[in-house]
Design a protein around this ligand. Structure first.
Ligand code: HEM
Length: 204
């Protein structure tokens, strides 16, 4: 089994159902998505990313493991997108019910969710519905993320994960961190984004 891929594969498999649930709260790919939906999405994501990125940046073990938190931050991209739409990012409420960022393994599980979402961002950007497509290049810094560097940064992160999550216990701890990160995000997004109605009822 490829040692680089195994812990990441476990993170992906063990959070796949939660990813699907999170997607239901992101309505910006709906055919009828409006600018208001997009603003709500940016604000909700900023409210979650900003304080969580602060926690990751303050984690000594992550830095020592080679995770460059300041370079990986995407809250400033969300703030820039809101400014481009004439919204004030300083007025956006910040989430306080965050996942625990304790051990290095747990912190890597938390970071996995934020880092992995850079891959989905590109997918979303390419499929924005008509009312939002015109925002590309103007208010889509967050979805663009690290642009052409996205793949290389993901591979760097995968290498850290492979190096540090080298026991079953560490892997399990990381999965717990990743799962909690999705769960807290879903709790945060649910009242802040347009309800998915039937799709959500079906999933529950
Ligand atoms: C409409 C909403 C979303 C869509 C359509 C979407 C779509 C995708 C797609 C297509 C990928 C795979 C990309 C690739 O492998 O190149 C992906 C990966 C990922 N997304 Fe999302 N995503 C959405 C929302 C989210 C949210 C809100 C989060 C959490 C912040 C998230 C976290 C992740 C993670 C962690 C991965 C990496 C999975 C892995 O390969 O291990 N996604 N997403």
């Amino acid at each position: 089994m490829n040692p680089v891929c195994e812990p990441l594969r476990r993170l992906k498999d063990d959070t796949a159902a939660l990813h699907l649930r999170a997607e239901l709260h992101v309505r910006i790919l709906d055919a009828d998505a409006t600018l208001t939906d997009y603003r709500d999405y940016l604000a909700a994501m900023l409210g979650y990313h900003a304080p969580l990125e602060d926690l990751l940046g303050a984690h000594d073990g992550l830095g020592a493991a080679g995770f460059d938190a300041p370079r990986r931050r995407r809250a400033p991209m969300l703030a820039a997108d809101l400014c481009a739409l004439s919204d004030d990012p300083r007025e956006v409420p910040r989430c306080t019910a965050l996942p625990a960022v304790t051990s290095l393994a747990r912190a890597l599980g938390v970071a996995y969710v934020l880092e992995g979402s850079t891959l989905g961002g590109r997918y979303i950007l390419a499929r924005l519905p008509p009312a939002l497509a015109g925002l590309r290049g103007h208010a889509t810094a967050f979805l663009t993320g690290h642009g052409p560097e996205t793949g290389a940064r993901w591979r760097d992160f995968a290498a850290i994960v492979a190096r540090e999550l080298n026991t079953p216990a560490a892997e399990a701890e990381a999965v717990a961190g990743a799962r909690e990160t999705f769960e807290r995000l879903i709790d945060w997004l649910a009242p802040r984004t347009r309800a998915a109605g039937a799709a959500l009822r079906e999933a529950s």
